[in-house]
Design a protein around this ligand. Structure first.
Ligand code: TPP
Ligand code: MG
Length: 400
């Protein structure tokens, strides 16, 4: 069998059409392209809890004092506690599934706290920290995972759309929303409206995301594409999804892309504030790649030990987003132990309340699945409801 001649103009390490398995060179190129950002990674707080300067973004957090840092710390601790309790509730059979947030607290609190009331968030399914920042009670999220509702909040009231399970789909919805803000003249000054769309590294391989990039770019939509690169799309590592760092893709669509340390709440806050400023003033979209790590399984339904090494998780534990801020607060801001003790007590009470709420959640009547589908009554849907309830009534008095 004759070998194909080498293609010209193809970057070293780029995948070729022949051979199902990538060669060593391609694997190395992939790893290099997607591994830690080096000089490109915006960071203000190192994993060791040391404050470092950044000429470009320093001014965006100039107003952040110790009280604000303590409040972000509290946000992250309580959101993590919520996440761990919900994970345990799933294990106890109280929730059908849970999507862990563990490790991504700084990315979400940094971004969520940068958003203003008039902004709109379009989440995927892991955005528990964003929901927290938008003022959605954590108990509201439990129904989705217990299977009693599809989301119970009014997106217009809280500035956050409902969770989206279809990968990347919310990027198109967000683009349409942001285009609407632009067309309605709601951008152009510091109080302008901006939209933030949340998606993962894996979602960047989805057609919807690319279409959203194109439309947002050409319409200068006031939209922050906030990609949490948590290194994994279920069992697929990022290097299987791209040959360039994800933030660099933005250039191909004609808007800025930036990689921030997603385990650094301060840097994420600064970069998101900058990106939102771009949007509000009418400069169009920005892609933020928040470089972070999914410390737990994809969901409670997968066994993470089947596809990744424990050593990798151990490395990322050293970059824990909460621990680095705790170290900073203790060492450099002289925050007393009392603050941490009180927070621990608050966290314990919060966990007890969550569990009690979950145990007491009523099962909705079967006909409820037909409620709130349309804004006004639909005869077709009404007929379906009646038919379904009649069908169920046939089981009345039966054992099973
Ligand atoms: C259109 C579509 N295809 C496949 C799936 C199944 N699926 C659920 S999560 C997921 C991986 C997503 O990974 P990523 O975008 O990195 O987000 P993460 O879960 O890591 O936050 C896939 C393929 C889906 N929900 N929707
Ligand atoms: Mg991912």
């Amino acid at each position: 069998m004759s070998q194909r001649p080498p293609r010209t103009g193809v970057a070293v390490g780029a995948p070729t059409a022949v051979g199902a398995e990538p060669g060593p060179e391609q694997v190395i190129a992939g790893l290099r392209a997607t591994s830690e950002g080096g000089a490109d990674l915006v960071q203000l707080l190192t994993p060791e809890g040391e404050r470092v300067g950044d000429e470009r973004f320093e001014s965006y957090v100039a107003d952040v004092g110790v009280d604000e840092l303590k409040s972000y710390y509290r946000d992250m601790v309580l959101v993590r506690r919520f996440d761990r309790e919900a994970n345990a509730l799933q294990r106890q059979g109280q929730l059908g599934i849970w999507v862990p947030l563990l490790g991504q607290e700084a990315a979400q609190i940094g971004c969520g706290r940068a958003m203003a009331k008039q902004d709109m968030a379009f989440p995927s399914y892991r955005e528990h920290g964003i929901a927290w920042c938008r003022g959605i009670a954590p108990t509201e999220l439990l129904g989705i995972f217990r299977g009693t509702d599809h989301g119970s909040w009014n997106p217009l009231e809280v500035g956050m759309h409902l969770y989206t399970i279809v990968i990347g789909n919310q990027c198109l919805n967000a683009t349409g929303w942001a285009m609407g803000s632009k067309l309605a003249g709601k951008v152009g000054d510091a109080d302008g409206e901006a939209t933030v769309c949340f998606f993962g590294d894996g979602a960047t391989s989805q057609g919807d995301v690319h279409e959203a990039f194109v439309w947002a770019a050409v319409y200068d939509a006031p939209l922050v594409f906030f990609c949490q690169n948590n290194q994994w799309a279920i069992s697929e590592p990022t290097e299987r999804q791209t040959r360039v760092p994800l933030y660099k893709r933005a250039q191909g669509y004609g808007f800025p892309g930036i990689r921030v340390d997603g385990n650094d709440v301060l840097a994420t806050l600064a970069v998101t504030r900058w990106a939102l400023e771009q949007c509000r003033s009418g400069n169009g979209p920005v892609l933020i790649e928040a470089f972070t790590y999914r410390m737990d399984a994809h969901t409670t339904t997968d066994d993470v030990t089947r596809y990744r090494l424990a050593a990798e998780v151990e490395t990322w534990k050293l970059k824990d987003p909460i621990e680095r801020l705790r170290v900073y607060l203790v060492r450099h801001a002289e925050v007393a132990q009392e603050f941490f003790d009180e927070l621990q007590a608050e966290s314990d009470t919060f966990a007890t309340e969550l569990r009690e709420f979950c145990f007491a959640m009523p099962d909705p009547p079967p006909g409820r699945v037909f409620d709130n589908v349309y804004a006004s009554p639909s005869p077709v849907l009404e007929a379906q409801r009646e038919e379904y309830l009649e069908y169920l009534s046939g089981f009345a008095g039966a054992e099973h």
